[in-house]
Design a binder for this molecule. Sequence first.
Ligand code: FES
Length: 287
Amino acid sequence: MYKILLREDLVPGIHLFQVAAPAVAKKAQPGQFVVVRIDEKGERVPLTIADWDEGGGSVTIVFMEVGTTTARLALLEAGEAIADFVGPLGLPAHIDKFGTVVCVAGGVGAAPIAPIARALRRAGNKIISILGARSKDLLFWEDKLRNVSDQLIVTTDDGTYGRKGVVTEPLKELLESGEKVDRVIAIGPAIMMKFCSLTTALFGVKTIVSLNPIMVDGTGMCGCCRVSVGGETKFACVDGPDFDGHQVDWDLLFARQRIYLDEEKCSFEQWQSSIHPEVKAYGKAKS
Ligand code: FES
């Protein structure tokens, strides 16, 4: 069992757990993920590693409540434990001295991009980060990203904080400004990563995205996380999760992400109706 050492509610519906997992902490690298199972009958869910402490033997995950498993996970408190915490999985992010790197994070994408930006900066890159959310109350880790960036631009869709609009607007302006951008890394909702890639394609700037298809085993055995990149079939769990955004078949990714929407909705409704009203109210109050 893997004990939750710390729990933090970052914004409504997005939570941070620091989990005791010394073997994972020892090997974790930016861009990798873990597969978590709450109990022995639980669904396996992939969650990106947001940070780790090798000396302290802990791994930090940040997750958003999107279905039954993540809603159940959100009910756990520090001191409780998770049955399985497997990782680190996936290929680490490519860290090198590229020059100027623009890191674009949307919503919960702020968590996985922070250790990547940190590693890229340590490697001698200039980091310009763009952090976007729908609204001020959904923004988190602004300070963390500022600390690992030479420049930070914050956007909110509704204009309640930072500049009003979506992340692709400052990204396009940066590329138009003549600033020499050597690489863009975009992590967030698939639609955001698609539009970042379309924007940078106009300027021929290499763009890396972190794909988030449905996963089961996380080790390349089940084929569930199949994506198409440059016309070739890839498994996001072992060939990724990072891929060239200009080569991704986005329509296939969107279609595959929606495959189990009905089952997921049904599962969530069944779980909601099965839990005690007090637990339901408690979960609502926390998120
Ligand atoms: S999750 Fe099974 S092959 Fe990737």
